[in-house]
Design a protein around this ligand. Structure first.
Ligand SMILES: NC(=O)C1=CN([C@@H]2O[C@H](COP(=O)(O)OP(=O)(O)OC[C@H]3O[C@@H](n4cnc5c(N)ncnc54)[C@H](O)[C@@H]3O)[C@@H](O)[C@H]2O)C=CC1
Ligand SMILES: O=C(O)[C@H]1O[C@H](OP(=O)(O)OP(=O)(O)OC[C@H]2O[C@@H](n3ccc(=O)[nH]c3=O)[C@H](O)[C@@H]2O)[C@H](O)[C@@H](O)[C@@H]1O
Length: 460
């Protein structure tokens, strides 16, 4: 099928590349010229395992193109994906201005045959109908320009036939390509049978697990709903996962006090199939570009209807406290932090991504600076990129041993695999105090204690 994906962030680029790999003809549109130039040259603007290889092979096959020309993209696609960002406003609401600009742009360029317009971006509940209206506004805008250009004559009315579908995305950064080819479900929300049928056809290779790790698994379930329910599924899924992490973090804090080990507790409860073992890893709190913004947006939506969320507010509150738990632990070990040097192992909000949006490391840097500590950091991706990533108040070291040099404590912030095999013995030798706060319960307490580290986990 012919597909146009508008917005080439994590979601748009991965969607476009994976659909092209599935055999569709895809044009990816972005209004950032630098990004498009990079992608045309075969380079991925984001770090995502496996993406560059797939991007290059799809481009070579002629099924994947990149452009800044929205008009060309709209003309090409039978299915038009809106995949631009919906960042949080200071109020917690979702900023839908980029979606609005794209929907209007689609309307301005729409002409001819039937199109399915897909909301892939995470958008507030009710946005499907709103997008429809904005597209109609765009069509009207174009109609007016035709009247003006026609010098007063009556131009032909623009023929534009389209439906809107909500198709929320559930991929995780760091495993986005894997998640796209191995989804737990595909959600399609629309009141148009024709649009749903086209979306089902588009996803046949993925539903039939053509590129899955285990092609013998049953087909991927497709959940067909109305527009609002599909939009709600996205928010409810992220909110549930955030609540689950806040829950285990609360349990970890109790473990710390009573002397239990949260990693053993998580295993013990996670084997109950009603609970499940995933997303029970306690640590220094959830972050990233989506959990914080989506939970806030859902709280805000409820508030718009005069409904006060209790559980979601508590999950956010627990998370805010958790994001400074490493500071409490450092103060407990080192007492005064003013003048001390703290080394952060990892900066990104999770491993295998270069994304720094709402990363817990940012809270730590800010708080440590406020308390007068000197902050250094090493991150496998951020340190290599040579870019500052807009970070202030932190010295970026180029290797873990330089990071440890002169430190009073190390804090493991991101569970990058390479941190499992660092030369901690050598690192300990150049530290003033051998304290290691393991913010992800990731390293071996026994091995580190043997080297002489004072190891402090989170409820562990
Ligand atoms: N990042 C993630 O892992 C996930 C994100 N989502 C949702 O997907 C949406 C996109 O998220 P990301 O990919 O992280 O976004 P992003 O912020 O990384 O990328 C958005 C892209 O859209 C482009 N753009 C903005 N306005 C445009 C316009 N008028 N025309 C063409 N391109 C335009 C930007 O240049 C940028 O490349 C958001 O709603 C997000 O909540 C959903 C699931 C996972
Ligand atoms: O809407 C989105 O953008 C995406 O948000 C999350 O994906 P992502 O933010 O990439 O990362 P996660 O792996 O979910 O981790 C989010 C945060 O929770 C933390 N986390 C995760 C799991 C866990 O057990 N404990 C824990 O603290 C991570 O360290 C990270 O800070 C969801 O997992 C995706 O399904 C969703 O599509």
């Amino acid at each position: 099928m012919r597909v146009c994906v508008i917005g080439t962030g994590y979601v748009g680029l991965v969607t476009g590349v994976c659909l092209a790999h599935s055999g569709h003809h895809v044009i990816c549109i972005d209004n950032n010229e630098e990004k498009v130039k990079l992608m045309k040259a075969g380079q991925s603007p984001i770090y995502e395992p496996g993406l560059s290889e797939l991007m290059q092979s799809s481009a070579q096959s002629g099924r994947l193109e990149f452009s800044t020309d929205l008009g060309a993209g709209v003309k090409h696609g039978e299915i038009l994906f809106i995949a631009v960002g919906t960042p949080p406003l200071p109020t917690g609401e979702s900023d839908t201005r980029y979606v609005e600009a794209v929907a209007r742009g689609i309307g301005v360029h729409l002409n001819g045959g039937y199109k399915v317009i897909v909301n892939k971006s995470t958008v507030p509940i009710g946005s499907g109908d709103w997008v429809r209206r904005i597209v109609l506004d765009g069509i009207e805008e174009r109609q007016k320009t035709l009247v003006t250009a026609g010098g007063g004559g009556v131009p032909e009315p623009i023929h534009a036939d389209f439906d809107v579908v909500s198709n929320p995305e559930f991929l995780r950064e760091g495993s986005a390509v894997y998640d796209t080819f191995n989804p737990d479900r595909i959600v399609l929300g629309s009141n148009s049978k024709k649009a749903i049928a086209m979306m089902q056809e588009l996803y046949i290779p993925i539903v039939e697990r053509k590129f899955a790790d285990d092609p013998s698994l049953p087909h991927v379930p497709v959940v067909v709903t109305d527009l609002s329910s599909a939009e709600m599924i996205k928010y409810a899924a992220n909110a549930f996962l955030a609540v689950k992490i806040s829950f285990i973090n609360e349990v970890a804090n109790i473990c710390d006090r009573v002397g239990a080990d949260v990693t053993q507790v998580a295993r013990g409860i996670g084997l109950d199939s009603r609970i499940g073992s995933k997303f029970l890893q306690s640590g220094i709190g959830w972050g990233g570009s989506c959990f914080p913004k989506d939970v806030s947006a859902l709280i805000h939506t409820a508030d718009d209807y005069g409904f006060q969320t209790e559980l979601l507010n508590a999950a956010v509150h627990v998370n805010q406290r958790q994001r400074v738990i490493a500071i409490e632990k450092l103060q407990h070990e080192l007492k005064i932090l003013k003048g001390k040097t703290i080394g952060l192992l990892g900066l990104t909000f999770k491993p295998d991504t270069d994304d720094m949006r709402d990363a817990p490391s940012l809270t730590l840097i800010e708080q440590l600076n406020r308390l007068g500590a000197k902050v250094k950091a090493y991150d496998p991706i951020v340190s290599q990129s040579g870019l500052s990533h807009g970070l202030t108040g932190v010295i970026i070291e180029t290797d873990p041993e330089m990071l440890a040099d002169g430190c009073d404590a190390l804090v493991l912030v991101t569970d990058w695999k390479e941190f499992l095999s660092l030369n901690y013995e050598k690192m300990a030798k150049s530290m003033f105090n051998k304290v290691l706060i393991d913010g992800r319960n990731f390293l071996s307490r026994e091995a580190l204690e043997e080297i002489g580290f004072r190891y402090v986990g989170i409820g562990h």
